[in-house]
Design a protein around this ligand. Structure first.
Ligand SMILES: Cc1cc2nc3c(=O)[nH]c(=O)nc-3n(C[C@H](O)[C@H](O)[C@H](O)COP(=O)(O)OP(=O)(O)OC[C@H]3O[C@@H](n4cnc5c(N)ncnc54)[C@H](O)[C@@H]3O)c2cc1C
Length: 421
């Protein structure tokens, strides 16, 4: 069936529900590919770029970062810190013992990426507020219609398209709706798509610290019995913390005096960065693993956390969302160029096939890592230490992990290879 429609002011090729980092990236990619796009979000768009909106910083691996480079988002970032190396260490097992990093470590560096990726760092650390501001500019420049504040209340698919009903606006028509409405996606639920997963009964405390000594662009992750603690390099002598603890402990850490916080932190990360000072507010995020049982429904495609939400220990959640955006944009733009109806099941299944395996593998891998590092049994710990030492000493294994984490493994969409749509 050929795809030819007359378009009115409320008619779009794609309505993207959710202007988070994944949804906004998708909207820019689709519009750059020549599709007519509406981006809908309950939050006023400008509010998302305020410093107090989201205190997180995201580690974006080198391949997903190419999406932002190709779409003209990267050049609008106020600042971005290259990640030149990663060091993963293990903390002491007993809560009574001083929790200094142990020698059971694995390290990645630039040489773990072969010639294909020459000149790129392992990844970039970007404060979410800067990413949101850069995306807001790119959304405007790409000609995306932003409808915010407005909430997508329902999607009614039919043979010719879908009617999208909004709280706070006139109904829209589109060939396809992209649900980028986050982990608790109402659109996914309304489409009857179930999820598998569980609550981790852990919270991640997020804060920014400044420190005496430079981080040299090295991302540090300390696995402690209570959960992983990541110290991720930001521009200047600053780092972003993602400190996983039991929810009540994370809450206490969020309110303890800044000096006490700094001293608790130093006990866990050791003195490599010198004295540390808390900068600005602290946030806590409840953690859950969740994978949608399908990536697509009737005239509906799930993107970002709506499709898959993982533990932040490997810094991969947004990377997954960016890869979803790149794969969906390529699938839809190519289908539209061939004159296909972009909302048909046959087209959507091409997207699902491209993303399903990556999402399921990453969900299992992050969950497995979390479990294996939470293990207190001495025999399991000994086997794990030996495995890590082996992987660290064996270049091909290290390179395999670096390329997987970098998002360059498998058949990549054009945007992930730095090519335009
Ligand atoms: C502590 C922590 C640290 C992290 N660190 C990293 C990292 O270093 N690297 C990494 O890759 N990932 C990281 N992540 C994961 C990453 O933050 C998420 O995967 C990512 O932000 C998800 O983006 P999203 O756009 O899919 O969803 P969201 O950011 O949840 O956006 C969803 C949007 O949908 C809107 N919405 C909701 N309902 C509706 C509706 N009915 N209609 C329209 N819009 C709607 C919401 O207002 C919101 O703007 C981390 C996560 C946590 C918790």
């Amino acid at each position: 069936m050929s795809y030819l429609r007359l378009m009115g002011a409320n008619d779009f090729d794609v309505v993207v529900a959710g202007a988070g980092l994944a949804g906004a990236t998708l909207a820019v990619a689709l519009a750059r590919g020549g599709l007519r796009v509406a981006l809908v979000d309950p939050q006023p768009f400008e509010a998302q770029t305020a410093a107090a909106f989201d205190g997180r910083a995201s580690a974006i691996s080198y391949a997903p970062f190419r999406i932002w480079r190709t779409l003209g988002v990267a050049e609008r970032l106020a600042e971005a810190q290259p990640i030149n190396g990663m060091v993963v260490t293990e903390g002491a097992p007993s809560s009574a013992a001083p929790r200094l990093p142990s020698p059971a470590w694995i390290g990645f560096e630039l040489s773990d990426l072969d010639g294909v990726d020459a000149g790129e760092p392992l990844g970039w650390m970007i404060e979410n507020r800067h990413a949101r501001a850069a995306l807001a500019e790119a959304v405007a420049e790409a000609g995306v219609t932003v409808i915010a504040p407005a909430t997508v209340e329902s999607v009614e698919p039919d043979a010719a398209g879908a009617t999208v009903r909004l709280a706070g606006g006139a109904p829209l028509r589109a060939a396809l709706v992209a649900a980028a409405d986050g982990r608790d996606s109402a659109l996914r639920r309304a489409a009857g798509i179930d999820v598998t997963g569980w609550d981790y009964e852990q919270s991640a405390l997020v804060a920014t610290v400044s420190h005496e000594r430079p981080h040299e662009g090295v991302a540090r992750q300390v696995f402690l019995p209570s959960g992983p603690l990541a110290v991720l390099p930001l521009t200047g002598n600053r780092s972003s913390l993602v400190w996983t603890e039991a929810p009540e402990r994370a809450k206490a850490l969020a309110s303890v005096a800044p000096e006490a916080f700094a001293s608790l932190l130093l006990r866990r990360i050791g003195g490599a960065l010198g004295a540390v000072t808390l900068e600005g507010p602290r946030w806590t995020h409840a953690l859950r693993l969740q994978l949608a049982e399908q990536h697509v429904g009737e005239r509906l495609a799930l993107v970002g956390d709506a499709a898959c939400s993982v533990h932040p220990l490997a810094g991969q959640g947004l990377n997954l969302g960016l890869k979803d955006a790149a794969a969906l944009a390529e699938t839809l733009v190519d289908a539209a160029r061939l004159g296909e109806d972009i909302g048909l099941a046959a087209v959507l299944h091409r997207y699902a096939r491209r993303r399903r395996f990556d999402a399921a593998t990453l969900a299992a891998a992050t969950d497995g890592l979390r479990r294996i590092y939470a293990e207190r049994n001495p025999s399991v710990r000994a086997v794990r230490g030996a495995g890590v030492a082996l992987a660290n000493g064996f270049g091909p294994a290290r390179r395999f992990f670096a390329r997987e984490a970098g998002g360059a493994a498998g058949a990549a969409p054009r945007l992930l290879r730095g090519l335009p749509l």
